[in-house]
Design a protein. Structure first.
Length: 281
C-alpha cells in the first residue's frame, strides 16, 4: 500500500491510499458519511488488485484527511477534491465507485468538472439527492432515533458532542448498516474509524440541499448501480431511481444484504465490479 498526500480545495490535505496493479485501469473508491478509506479493505485484499490500479480517498473531515471547520456544504469543494486526486496522481479514464454519501460526491464532480476523465461510474447504496422532497423513498429505518427530532437539540443523536452519546449512537449506526451483525472485531474497527469523523462534520454533511436528476440524465458513461434490498440506511428505491434516470445504467440487487454489499458479500461484489471494469475496454 502506498499513501499519497493530496492537496485539495483550499489547501486541505487529503489522504489517498493506492494498491493493486500499477498497470491496470485506475479506480477510485469514495466512501460514505462518517466512514474512511478502510471501508474498502475487502476490495484491496482481493483479485481486484491483480486487475486494477486501486485508490481510496479519505474525504475531507474523515479518516486521516484534514478536518477543516467549514466548506462541507459546497459542491465545488467536493468536486475539486476529486479533481485534485486525478490531477496530482495523473489519472485519466478513471472508474469512480461511490458508496452512500459518495454518490453525492460523484455527482458534485460530474456537475462541475464533466465526464471526460471518467471511464465509468458505480453507485453503491448511493444517495443522489439530499435535503429535498423526493418521489422515491430515501432514508431507511436505521436513522430512526439517530437524527435530531428538534433543531435545538442534538443530544442522543449522531450529531452529539458528548463522548458517551456519540459512541452509543454511532455503534447503533454501524450495526444498522448491515443486514446481519458483524463479527466483534469488524464492528469495533468500523466504529473506530467512524468516530474519527467529528460530530460537527457529520452534521454539516446533512446541511446540504441537492437535487441531481439533471446530472444523472446527462451521463453518457456506463453506470453500474449496486444496492442491497435490505438496506435500511439508503432505501433501495434510491438505487432504482438512479438506474431509471441514467440512460446507460444497469442495476445489480443483492438479496438479503444491507447498506454494505461490498463488505457483506464482497466476493460477489468484487467479481461484478471486475466484470464491469473489463467491459469498459
Amino acid at each position: 500500500m502506498i499513501r499519497h498526500a493530496i492537496t485539495g480545495n483550499g489547501g486541505v490535505r487529503l489522504n489517498v491510499v493506492e494498491g493493486g496493479n500499477p498497470a491496470g485501469k485506475p479506480l477510485l473508491f469514495i466512501h460514505g458519511w462518517s466512514q474512511s478509506s478502510l471501508s474498502w479493505a475487502k476490495q484491496f485484499d482481493s483479485p481486484l488488485s491483480d486487475q486494477l490500479r486501486l485508490f481510496a480517498m479519505d474525504l475531507r473531515g474523515h479518516g486521516d484527511s484534514d478536518k477543516p471547520e467549514t466548506g462541507y456544504d459546497e459542491s465545488q469543494v467536493w468536486a475539486d477534491d476529486v479533481k485534485a486526486v486525478f490531477d496530482q496522481l495523473s489519472l485519466n479514464g478513471v472508474i469512480l465507485v461511490g458508496w452512500s454519501y459518495g454518490g453525492l460526491v460523484i455527482n458534485d464532480y460530474v456537475r462541475l468538472h464533466g465526464q471526460e476523465r471518467l471511464a465509468g461510474l458505480c453507485y453503491v447504496g448511493a444517495a443522489t439527492d439530499l435535503g429535498v422532497e423526493t418521489n422515491y423513498k430515501f432514508l431507511g429505518a436505521t436513522w430512526n432515533g439517530l437524527l435530531p427530532a428538534r433543531s435545538d437539540s442534538v443530544d442522543g443523536t449522531v450529531f452529539s458532542e458528548n463522548a458517551e452519546d456519540i459512541t452509543r449512537t454511532m455503534r447503533m449506526f454501524v450495526r444498522g448498516c448491515f443486514a446481519e451483525q458483524l463479527p466483534p472485531e469488524e464492528e469495533m474497527m468500523m466504529l473506530g474509524f467512524n468516530l474519527q469523523c467529528p460530530s460537527r462534520v457529520r452534521a454539516a454533511l446533512f446541511s446540504r440541499s441537492l437535487q441531481n436528476d439533471d446530472v444523472l440524465v446527462q451521463l453518457r458513461l456506463p453506470v453500474l448501480v449496486v444496492h442491497g434490498d435490505a438496506d435500511e440506511v439508503v432505501n433501495i428505491d434510491t438505487g432504482h431511481h438512479i438506474s431509471a434516470t441514467v440512460k446507460e445504467a444497469s442495476m445489480s440487487v443483492f438479496s438479503g444484504v444491507g447498506h454494505g454489499p461490498f463488505w457483506e458479500q464482497s466476493e460477489r461484489f468484487n467479481a461484478e465490479l471486475a466484470e464491469f471494469a473489463s467491459s469498459l475496454g
